[in-house]
Design a protein. Structure first.
Length: 400
C-alpha cells in the first residue's frame, strides 16, 4: 500500500506582478524566465515545481539568493499566494481553503520559524512562546504549562521570565523554535533560521535541531543557502535555480551523482568524507558460524587471504572476530570451540556513519571495521582498501 506524502506539491507556479496571466501563458509555452520578464515585466518566482515531502523527514530547499526557495516555502502556508498549481497537506488542497480554515491550519498544523527571530521585545520569553496558544484562546494556566515544557525541551528552562533582549542570538532562536513547537504542529517550516547566527552557534543549533527531531519526529521543510547545512540536516534536498528544482535527492545522491554542471559546481568543494557513509564504502563481510571450529575458520581465511574473520551466530548477529594465529593455536591443541578464542575488542560502526568518523578508527585498529545493524546483525566490513576504493570511485563519479 502506497504511503501518502505529508505535503504534495503539484505543478506549482508563482508569478510576481500585476498581470500574471500573460506570463503564465508564456511559461507554459516553454519561454524562459528572462524572456518572460522582458516581454511582460512579470517575474517568475516558482516555475512548475513538483515535490512530495514524507512524514517525519527533514526536507531541505537549497539554492542561491533568488533561486525561489523562500518563495516556495511561503507558498506552502500561503503567506505567498501561488499563481497556479496545488499544495496538499495530508491530501487536503490548501490552495482552495477559505481564510478561516487557512488561519486554523496555520495556527494548529503549520509552525513557522523565521530567519529574524521576530520575538516581541516587551513580552517575557514565556509569553513569547505562549503567544500562539493565546491567539487560539487556550486557558492561561494551560498555555503557561505547555510553554514551560517546550522551553525545557529546547534547553531554556530557567529563562522563562527574562526578556528577549537579555538573550544571545542562539537563545533567541531557541525561543522562536519553542514558539513554533508549542502548539504541536504537524509541520515545521523553517526559513533560513540559523543564517544570522555566528558559525559556532549555528553549528550548535543544527545539532540541537537534529537532537530535537529525534524526540518530536516532525515533518520539517528547511530553507538554506548553505550546502554544508543542507547536507548535515537534510534527509532529502531539493536544489533550486531560477524557481525550478534542478535536482532532488539524498545528500549522497546529490554529492555523488550531480544532475548537471550547475549542481556539479555547487558541490565541488564539499568534503566527501563527511557525506559518504559506511554503506557506500563497505564490502561483504566474510564470516564463519559460531558453531564452526577453528579449522573451518582457518580454511576460510586461507581461501580468502585474510588474517582474521568475523564470527556470527545462527541468526547472523556478530559474536566476535578470530585471528589466524589464534585459530591455528586452537587447532593444534584440538580445541573445537571458537567461543574460547573470540576477540570482542574491535571497531564496529552503523550503516549511516560518516566515512570521516571511520577513517581515524580504521587507522588505529589492527582489525577491520564491522558494519552492524541496531540489532547486532553483521551487514558488511570496511577495510582500508574498500574505503580508499570507495572514495576514489565516488570522486570519479562526481567530478567526471
Amino acid at each position: 500500500m502506497a504511503i501518502m506524502a505529508k505535503i504534495l506539491v503539484k505543478n506549482l507556479v508563482k508569478i510576481f506582478g500585476d498581470h500574471p496571466d500573460r506570463a503564465l501563458k508564456l511559461l507554459r509555452e516553454g519561454r524562459s524566465k528572462e524572456e518572460i520578464l522582458a516581454k511582460t515585466r512579470q517575474t517568475v518566482g516558482i516555475n512548475n515545481v513538483n515535490l512530495a515531502v514524507e512524514e517525519g523527514e527533514i526536507f531541505v530547499l537549497m539554492g542561491l539568493s533568488g533561486s525561489g526557495k523562500s518563495t516556495l516555502l511561503r507558498c506552502l502556508n500561503r503567506l505567498i499566494e501561488p499563481t497556479s498549481g496545488t499544495i496538499e497537506l495530508d491530501g487536503r488542497d490548501i490552495t482552495t481553503v477559505d481564510e478561516a480554515e487557512l488561519r486554523e491550519i496555520r495556527r494548529k498544523r503549520l509552525g513557522m520559524v523565521f530567519q529574524r527571530f521576530a520575538l516581541f521585545p516587551h513580552r517575557t520569553v514565556l509569553d513569547n512562546v505562549a503567544f500562539g496558544l493565546e491567539v487560539q484562546g487556550v486557558d492561561k494556566k494551560v498555555r503557561a504549562e505547555k510553554a514551560r515544557a517546550t522551553l525545557e525541551m529546547v534547553g531554556l528552562k530557567g529563562w522563562e521570565e527574562y526578556y528577549p533582549g537579555s538573550l544571545s542570538g542562539g537563545m533567541q532562536q531557541r525561543v522562536g523554535l519553542a514558539r513554533a513547537l508549542v502548539s504541536d504542529p504537524d509541520v515545521l517550516l523553517m526559513d533560513e533560521p540559523f543564517s544570522a547566527l555566528d558559525p559556532l552557534i549555528r553549528r550548535d543549533m543544527q545539532d540541537e535541531l537534529l537532537s530535537l527531531q529525534s524526540q518530536v519526529n516532525k515533518t520539517i521543510v528547511f530553507v538554506t543557502h548553505d550546502l554544508d547545512e543542507a547536507l548535515k540536516l537534510g534527509d532529502r534536498i531539493a536544489l533550486m535555480k531560477d524557481g525550478e528544482i534542478v535536482q532532488l535527492g539524498t545528500p549522497e545522491e546529490i554529492l555523488t551523482r550531480p544532475a548537471n554542471e550547475y549542481v556539479r559546481r555547487f558541490v565541488e568543494d564539499v568534503d566527501v568524507t563527511r557525506i559518504l557513509t559506511a554503506e557506500g564504502v563497505m564490502k561483504p563481510a566474510e564470516a564463519v558460524a559460531l558453531k564452526d571450529g577453528p579449522r573451518v575458520a582457518l580454511r576460510r581465511m586461507r581461501e580468502r587471504g585474510l588474517s582474521s574473520v568475523f564470527v556470527v551466530t545462527r541468526d547472523r548477529k556478530l559474536a566476535g572476530i578470530v585471528t589466524a594465529d589464534d585459530a591455528l593455536a586452537a587447532a593444534e591443541r584440538n580445541d573445537e570451540d571458537l567461543s574460547r578464542i573470540l576477540i570482542q575488542d574491535f571497531p564496529r560502526t552503523a550503516l549511516d556513519a560518516p566515512v570521516a568518523e571511520i577513517i581515524p578508527v580504521l587507522a588505529n585498529s589492527r582489525y577491520p571495521v564491522a558494519v552492524v545493524r541496531e540489532d547486532g546483525k553483521l551487514l558488511g566490513v570496511v577495510v582500508r582498501g574498500s574505503l580508499l576504493a570507495g572514495l576514489v570511485r565516488k570522486d570519479e563519479v562526481a567530478w567526471n
